[in-house]
Design a protein around this ligand. Structure first.
Ligand code: AMP
Length: 220
């Protein structure tokens, strides 16, 4: 099964994509994480992407598409993937459709997580992430028990360097201009599942699973 999670930065698509990939035993492919790993390792890909990520801009389509398609050809992706952060615009979506069609495959469903802009601003400004297990906290709405420390693994929490006010503004602008049109693109193809992202994390997961099950039953 090939699924895509769509949502603005801060909508919780990473958290939900992780949960759903685990439940369905599918590979979770997060383009932002792949770029951050490349940056950390100082690879050629990391160097190519660095400036764009720091400014909150999209990395050029050829680079992002090549990176994700290559990751999707790894053995753990054979049963399907949960894509998170890719595609980010129409050109990437079409390149993905084409690549899958070459293998007689297609995207099965696209989960769009809806969150108001006001809530997104709040979440991104207060977001802190565990460097070890990647659990996401919000210092205002869902702080850890001990400041700066992960409740689950005691890892140190960090703030993403692109979670600054100016970069957040840029990333949200880019989302609404380039990524949000994909909601209609996949709706027209009959692939779209819309989920309210302002419920609790567990409730969003529960509703997503229920919607996927329903689609699966209808498709059979
Ligand atoms: P994310 O973790 O998904 O918020 O992504 C962090 C940053 O990585 C984005 O602001 C972009 O600079 C870059 N990025 C991630 N995915 C893509 C993509 N599909 N296309 C272009 N740039 C991307």
């Amino acid at each position: 099964m090939y699924s895509i999670f769509l949502g603005a930065p801060g909508a919780g698509k990473g958290t939900q994509a992780t949960a759903i990939a685990q439940k369905l035993n599918l590979a979770h492919i997060a383009s932002g994480d792949l770029f951050r790993q490349a940056l950390k390792r100082g690879t050629g890909l990391g160097r190519q992407a660095k400036n764009y990520i720091e400014k909150g801009e999209l990395v050029p389509n050829e680079i992002a598409t090549h990176m994700v398609l290559e990751r999707m050809s790894a053995p753990d992706s054979e049963k399907g993937t949960v894509l998170d952060g890719f595609p980010r615009n129409l050109e990437q979506a079409k390149a993905l459709d084409k690549a899958l069609a070459r293998k007689s495959l297609e995207i099965d469903n696209v989960i769009s997580i809806k969150v108001s802009e006001e809530e997104l601003q709040k979440r991104l400004g207060g977001r802190r992430i565990c460097h070890r297990c990647q659990t996401v906290y919000n210092i205002v709405e869902s702080p850890p028990h001990v400041e700066g420390k992960c409740d689950k693994c005691e890892g140190k929490l960090y703030q993403r360097p692109d979670d600054t006010a100016e970069t957040i503004k840029k990333r949200l602008e880019i989302y609404f201009e380039h990524t949000a049109p994909l909601i209609d693109y996949y709706r027209r193809k009959g692939k779209l599942i819309e989920v309210d992202g302002e419920e609790t994390v567990d409730e969003v997961t529960r509703r997503t699973v229920a919607a996927l099950n329903e689609r699966w039953l209808i498709a059979r």
